[in-house]
Design a binder for this molecule. Structure first.
Ligand code: AMP
Ligand code: TRP
Length: 315
């Protein structure tokens, strides 16, 4: 029996190289290792907390599905699906709500950040970790490849599994996060974590001109002589042994270093962008992948949900 891997991304805008190096690259490598039964999800119900416009949601979902396939996720090897196609996710999230306390969830980073900003958050945002726990635990998942920012959510899923098991008897496997240390937090063009909400991203499928613009906007504040923000992004695209030499040769020549980075990013992006453009011509096949994946995922969850319902006494 293969171990089970599950991960997901929210369809909330264009994927960026932080998503790629922090998570998506691992999705492809782990899929191709053939060691795992893989589930790759489009977390559309999570995304609904942020995107509340049908056209935009629809576009985002089909764009993320295209991204998945363009980077090499393969529906022959993995189940690629959207969360909303599998009702058991939201059903189990409700069950978890009933065994989880409010004070416990108020300790989640997303909630604390919102509180600090004095923002009123939706119940969906507050409950976000419960839906994520359901996503993971429904499939008896062993590993969850993600970036560092998701670590706490996986810990919440583990706690929730343990709590349920304690109350109702052994039901859920305890999942592990898989976080690759040197790409756990990919920096953006301003040196902070790359994130859609900071506007500091380099889109994964950026056009050449866009790549140039993004790189030129990288903040080159360098007390140490090394333009750290440029270097830290460059590390993703070239082995450090080569970079050290290049950055020594061109010390202080920020424009020249940025030009090299631009070329390296273009070399990396152009084949996957080309592949994505080709795939985009046949969007029906992408919808078909999601439809089939949804059916597969749904049938997987049915036995588990039944087991859960028996445990809680509603079946
Ligand atoms: P999201 O766009 O928030 O749905 O994130 C999708 C995946 O990308 C998650 O596994 C995140 O942890 C990961 N991720 C997002 N931003 C970064 C970043 N700057 N560095 C590393 N991983 C990231
Ligand atoms: N919360 C994750 C993010 O923002 C997305 C996600 C939803 C997820 N469900 C998941 C990731 C289950 C891993 C496993 O990146």
């Amino acid at each position: 029996m293969k171990k089970i891997l599950l991960s997901g991304i929210q369809p909330t805008g264009r994927a960026h190289i932080g998503n790629y190096f922090g998570a998506m690259k691992q999705f492809v490598e782990l899929q191709n290792s053939l060691k795992y039964q893989c589930y790759f999800m489009i977390a559309d119900y999570h995304g609904l907390n942020f995107v509340q416009n049908a056209e935009e949601m629809k576009d985002n979902i089909s764009n993320l599905a295209l991204d998945y396939v363009a980077i090499g996720l393969d529906s022959e090897k993995s189940v690629i699906f959207k969360q909303s196609d599998v009702p058991a996710h939201t059903e189990l999230a409700w069950i978890f709500d009933t065994i989880t306390t409010m004070p416990y969830l108020t300790r989640a980073h997303a909630f604390k950040d919102a509180e600090l900003k004095n923002k009123e958050i939706s119940v969906g945002t507050f409950n976000y970790p419960m839906l994520m726990a359901a996503d993971i635990l429904l499939y008896n998942t062993d590993i969850v490849p993600v970036g560092q920012d998701q670590k706490q959510h996986i810990e919440i899923a583990r706690d929730t599994a343990e709590k349920f098991n304690r109350i109702f008897g052994e039901t859920f496997k305890i999942p592990e996060a898989l976080i690759i240390k040197n790409v756990a937090v990919v920096p953006g063009t301003d040196g902070r974590k790359m994130s859609k909400s900071y506007g500091n991203t380099i889109p994964l499928f950026a056009e050449d001109q866009e790549i140039e613009k993004c790189v030129m906007s990288i903040v080159t504040d360098s007390g140490s002589g090394l333009p750290e923000n440029v270097y830290n992004i460059h590390k993703l695209f070239r082995p450090e042994a080569e970079l050290i030499k290049i950055y020594a040769d061109k010390a202080g020549k920020y424009k020249a270093l940025k030009d090299i980075l631009i070329e390296d990013i273009k070399t990396f992006i152009s084949p996957i962008r080309e592949r994505r453009n080709q795939l985009e011509k046949n969007k029906d096949s992408i919808s078909e992948i999601l439809k089939k994946g949804g059916e597969k995922a749904k049938s997987k969850t049915e036995t588990k949900l039944l087991e859960i319902k028996k445990k809680i006494g509603v079946y």
